[in-house]
Design a protein around this ligand. Sequence first.
Ligand code: HEC
Ligand code: HEC
Length: 331
Amino acid sequence: MIRRIVRARTSICISALVCALAWLFAGRELVAQAVLAVPAGLPDWTFNIPDKIQPTAVKVEGVVKAPGSAKEYEAARIAGNATPPDWFPDEHPAAPPSVKGGPGITLACGSCHLMSGQGHSESADLAGMPAEYLIRQMAYYEAGTRKDDARMGPLAKTTSDKDVREAAEYFAALKPSVFVKVIETATPPKTFIATAGRHRQLHPDGGTEPIGRRILQIPADPFRTEIRDPHSGFIAYVPPGSIARGKALVTAPASGKTVRCGICHGETLQGLGEVPRLAGLQPLYIARQLFDMRYGSSAGKAAELMKPVVGKLTDDDIIAMSAYLGSLPPR
Ligand code: HEC
Ligand code: HEC
């Protein structure tokens, strides 16, 4: 507890409001979804911190349906994290209680990572990842070497080894498909970060804004993302030239600056042994992990292998590599 409070104090609060709230909540950290703060020096755009002003909100009310699914759900029933909707039960094996929800489970994996495992940009794509890799990440979250104080940290501490293994084996058995479209543009549409689901969304006023040195990722269809439809993916806007630049960095022979990613992640970047797939992960997620690893807020014994890799990467390198890796189809 004390360690966590100290950590909260040392992180830079992104605004006075968040700062004030962080102090308020510092003593009551048992709340599952703590206030989010961005560690010092890391770009806030990778963390999807909701904007103070919310110009609009997606309304999910009454009985809801997803295109192509025979199912329907009461909006209130699928709104929380305990009982996620299972729109396409024929597309995956039987799910364990930790994933689909059940007695005593308040944070079912399927609610944030979807029953397809592919997740949203603020969570993670777990589909087809090696079970041992997923179990190891849970151990890092539990030990606090990989930090996600708002969600995975507290959850890893309260999930039994049996539930973790069952969930990991379930997600490892799933086959990922293309879930993000990467688009290069200097002027993406104007967006804001919504409180619900922490998704970036189109601003109702329309218009565009300069992309700067950022990756801006939005749901292709905010309503379908909100109801956790695993067939409705994301669009990632990236600066012009990112994909080719990223390809050159990722595939370059080892030099003083870069280490060839394929040596460990597989030549096709689809993963190798217990080393995770990079192809087709959501660019915003990849960038966040690379920043976290460079900063030191995601570490662990196996992740030590990434230390020399990320040490020399600039922010622009990270953006370009994430754009390229996200543009590759997963398999
Ligand atoms: C309330 C939302 C939420 C729930 C419920 C949830 N997760 Fe997560 N999960 C996240 C977020 C957010 C991240 C990304 C954190 C980060 O950036 O490190 C994540 C990341 C992960 C990762 C890291 C993935 C990788 O590729 O390294 C694993 C493994 C994981 N979750 C497993 C689980 C399991 C197993 C469950 C169910 C027991 C679960 N999660 C439930 C939000 C959630
Ligand atoms: C020397 C081996 C090695 C090299 C080279 C390497 N990686 Fe990794 N990488 C790993 C290992 C091992 C992990 C998983 C660590 C763990 O199990 O915790 C990892 C994890 C990652 C993750 C986190 C994935 C997730 O789902 O959260 C990303 C992103 C990543 N690497 C990107 C890269 C990129 C980009 C390159 C090339 C610039 C690269 N790696 C080169 C070994 C390597």
